[in-house]
Structure formats: C-alpha cells, structure tokens
Design a binder for this molecule. Structure first.
Ligand code: NAD
Length: 498
C-alpha cells in the first residue's frame, strides 16, 4: 500500500546539527498492522544537557540574524515539506494510524504554518507610542526568550510541532523538541528537512525518549526558559507545577470534551455530516473531537436515525487504503481505555445504539480497532459526558431549549471547542458569545482550525496561552519597552511633565 521507506531501522537524536545514536531504544509499532516500523531512541537526561548546551551557544548567534533571513530558512522548510508531502503523509499514517486523507491535511497544516510564520520574519510587530516628555521616543519590541523546550503528543505529530517550533525559530530562539515516542518518525523527517533547509547547527535539537526522563529533564533544566506542551491534563499539570518552581513560562494545550449542539431549527443532514467528521475522524483521537452531541428533543429521533445510517457506511481499517474512513487506535492502552467506557456508559444508564466493541477479525486482527460508538439518552453529569475518552465514542444528550444546551456545553471542566447547528441568526450570536470554549464553530463540526487563528482552550484545557496564529509568538518572545531620550538633559517621567 505504501511506497515509502525510512532507510534506517533505528532513529537518532539530532543535537548540534549531528545525528547522535543512543544505545537504548524501543519499537515503534504501526497501530494498523502491529508491525514494527523502526526503533526510537530512549535517551537519558545527559542528552538534554548536550542539547541545551548546543542550543544556548547557537541562540547567541541566531538571535542576531535578521528576522527576514531567519524566515528564509522557514520558507525553505515549507518548500521541502511541500515537495515531500506524500512521503510525509504516508509515514504519518503508518506511525499514527490516521487515514491518509487526514494525514495529508495534517502535513498541509505544517506547510501552511511554515509560510505563515516565515511571513512573520518581516512583521514581528511591536509598537511605537507617544512619550510623555518632549524629545523622547518610546517603543516596544519582541525579543526572543533564549532556549525553549517543546513537548508534543502523538495525535498530531507534525502539525503541533510546526505550531510551536516555527514561531520559536523565526522569533530568534533555539529549540529542544521532545516528540512522543509513539510517533517519532515525523520528528526525524522534520529535523532532516530543517538540516537540508540550512538551519544553523544547534538551533533545532530533537531528543527522543520517555516523558518521565527527557520531558522531566527539560522541565527542570535551568537554561530552558519556556516549555510549550501539548498533551494530557495530568502531564500538563505536573509540568506546570514543576516548571512554575523555576519561574518558567509554561504554555499548556490539553484535553477537551467538545460538543456539537443541534437545535430544533438546524439542517439535520448537515449536522450529521459535521458530527461524523468531528467524532470519528482520527478515530476520535483529536483534542477537538466531538464526543458529546447536545440535541434539542424535537429533532433527537431524526438525528439518531440519520447518524446511525451514516455510521453504518464508515469503513474501518488501515488508513493507507484510500477507501478507509476510520483508522486504528494509537496503542493497546488507548484501546483498553476506550473499551472501558462502554461498560461505564451502560452502567450509568445511557443507551448504547451502535458500536462499543473492539474489532478483532480478518484484516483488523493485528491492529487496534474500535467500532464507532453511539450512546443516547445520556445526561450531562455522566462520566461518558464529562471525561475525555479519546476514541470514536459519542454521547447524545437531549435538551429542551437553547439555554439548556449552552449550560450543558459549558458544564464540563474543559473548554477547547464547541459547535452549534442552527439557522437562527440570534442564536448564532448568542452562542458565540456564551459558549465557553477557545474555539466556536457555527454550522460546522468541532474540528477544522486554520493556522492563522489562535488555537487553544479555556478552563481546564489550558493556562491561557495559544498555539498558532500570531498569538503563538507571545509564548516564545518577551516584550521589551525601549525609551530613547534625545533632549540632552535629564527628563524624569511623571515628574518633569508640567
Ligand atoms: P501525554 O500527556 O501522555 O504525552 C504528551 C507528551 O508529554 C509526550 O511527548 C510525552 O512523552 C510527554 N510526557 C509524558 N510525561 C511527561 C513528564 N512527566 N514530563 C514531561 N513530559 C512528559 O499525552 P498524549 O497521550 O500523547 O496526547 C493525548 C492528549 O493530548 C489528549 O488529552 C489530547 O486532548 C491532548 N491534545 C491537546 C491538544 C490541544 O491543542 N489542546 C492537541 C492535541 C492533543
């Protein structure tokens, strides 16, 4: 099915522009087939020290390279990614399992980010403002922070890395990147692209290894001043509390419990399409995956019928096959967790309408497959309606009014993404005002973010920072206020103003 190969059976760290092998390693498994793809290094904390030393040295020079020239490297990265889009997409499907069409979309997101952030090389806008005093000039500008650490999850192994590393690099920082051990191939490929694009040695360093070892060493390293993390809430909280002790800037993007609201005036067929795409794409393993459908009771039965009909058409299997719509779950642990929610939902009194089981027969026997699952008659307080399942499981929660729908949407600890299907313009505007999530969609599902807008969530999803968009630069820059007094005399602010 695939014509790409890695030409190596063991990946290596990329430190100071060199590929460094590490003795210890573990297998990266294709979740669609159970086959070993490659060995990923399990580095020790010493590799983080080496990477930090290289990054610190490199950043001293890199910050002085004019930003438009730094951006030239990113343009080159964008061209190379574009040239290799199909290779990257196939490798992404092989290590992560998402279907090839979605993998192409994810790689495209990285390409878009390269060109968008390269454009920032000629912007990186600050402010000029009037000064209080005569013959005095005031301005603010962004300055790089120094050495930054990025820690990424397996579910978007290339897009999320580009959301973080591209703004960091164009802003003049040096980066140490720890990818998830499940999906190291995208990191390996992207580092090779940076190398070919002419990034000076030490500006990007990739260290593979366990979160508890490498991630922890990064969070505790004195020379790493920023940690930009995407992943689960437990890990994020741990990183925030440990990083906080060192007054590090910690940017967290974490879980979601995203809902689609379907009102009584909605185009139900359109809503079904939005739900299918948001709930079962990437096998429900997106942070923005729809895992709750809040449905007005007047259209509940129609929605159930049409959803079930569309779910029956979903083909499940190896995502390299173009006809497959739902790929595998990342690993056995993920599969077990998802499976456990079938019993949880049933015991709580929700009605299982479809799915709820693992697929173990025929072509699916060696991968981690779970049937698209639909519960109905769930209540807002059930665990299946509150907890992030991270799999192809959706719960329908019936409501009686628009106001109740908003309340149910907001009644979870997360706040990443939400959506409403309605044709009432007043409801549209009230919803975008009142839905307490970082991303709101109207007449579209809960996924589909574009890279030039801020990405992130409210409440338990994050800690106020954003990935992508121009806002991503805030994570990787400090603001410097600069006053130039050209009066030739001492002028005291606030005092010599009369
Ligand atoms: P995870 O927290 O298990 O791992 C994320 C990364 O953190 C990995 O690289 C891991 O090795 C590392 N890590 C683990 N323990 C660590 C430690 N003690 N110190 C430092 N680093 C450590 O998450 P995951 O299972 O890879 O990803 C799934 C989660 O990510 C879901 O909760 C999903 O919602 C979330 N996610 C959020 C967004 C968003 O933007 N909000 C996007 C994608 C995924």
């Amino acid at each position: 099915m695939s014509d790409v190969s890695l030409k190596t059976n063991k990946l290596a760290n990329f430190i100071n522009g060199e590929w460094m092998e590490v003795e210890s390693s573990k297998a990266v498994i294709n979740p669609a087939t159970g086959e070993e793809l490659v060995q990923v290094p399990l580095s020790g904390a010493k590799c983080v020290d080496d990477a930090a030393a290289a990054a610190k040295k490199a950043q001293k020079e890199w910050r002085l390279v004019p930003a438009p020239q730094r951006a030239e490297v990113l343009y080159q990265v964008g061209y190379l990614m574009k040239e290799r889009k199909e290779r990257l997409s196939q490798l992404l499907t092989m290590e992560n399992g998402k279907v090839i069409e979605e993998a192409r979309g994810e790689v495209q997101e990285g390409i878009d980010m390269a060109f968008y952030m390269a454009g920032e090389g000629r912007r990186l806008f600050g402010q000029t403002t009037p000064a209080e005093l005569q013959n005095k000039f005031a301005m603010s500008q962004r300055t790089p922070v120094g050495v930054v650490g990025i820690i990424t999850p397996w579910n978007f192994p290339i897009a999320i890395a580009t959301w973080k590393s591209f703004p960091a690099i164009v802003a003049g920082n040096a980066v140490i990147w720890k990818p998830a051990t499940e999906t190291p191939i995208m990191a390996f490929e992207l580092a090779k692209i940076f190398e070919e694009a002419g990034l000076p040695e030490g500006v990007l360093n990739v260290v593979f290894g366990a979160g508890s070892e490498i991630g922890d060493a990064m969070v505790h390293h004195d020379d790493i001043r920023v940690i930009s993390f995407t992943g689960s809430n437990d890990t994020g909280r741990h990183i925030a509390s440990e990083g906080g002790k060192q007054l590090k800037k910690v940017s967290l993007e974490m879980g979601g419990k995203n809902a689609v609201i379907v009102m009584d005036d909605a185009d139900v067929d359109l809503a079904v399409e939005g739900i299918i795409w948001s709930a079962f794409g990437t096998s429900g393993q997106r942070c923005t995956a729809c895992s709750r459908v809040i449905v007005h009771e007047a259209v509940k039965e129609t929605l159930e019928e049409r959803l079930l009909a569309e779910m029956e058409k979903l083909t499940i299997g190896n995502g390299l096959n173009e006809s497959i719509k739902v790929g595998p779950i990342i690993n056995k642990a993920g599969l077990e967790k998802i499976k456990s929610y079938t019993e949880i939902g049933k015991n709580e009194g929700a009605k299982l309408l479809a799915g709820g089981y693992e697929l173990t027969e025929g072509d699916n026997a060696n991968g981690n497959y779970f049937a698209p699952t639909l519960f109905t008659d769930a209540t807002a307080d059930m665990r299946i309606a509150q907890e992030e399942i991270f799999g192809p499981v959706v719960s329908l929660i019936p409501v009686k009014s628009f106001e109740e729908a908003i309340e149910v949407n907001n009644g979870v600890t997360y706040g990443l993404s939400s959506s409403i299907f309605t044709n009432d313009v007043n409801r549209v505007f009230k919803a975008q005002r009142d839905l307490d999530t970082g991303i709101v969609y109207v007449n579209a599902g809960t996924t589909g973010a574009e890279i030039h807008l801020p990405f992130g969530g409210t409440k338990g999803t994050g800690n106020g920072h954003r990935d992508s968009g121009v806002q991503a630069l805030d994570v990787f820059t400090e603001w410097r206020a600069i006053y130039v007094d050209y009066s030739g005399k001492l002028q005291r602010a606030q005092i010599d103003v009369d």
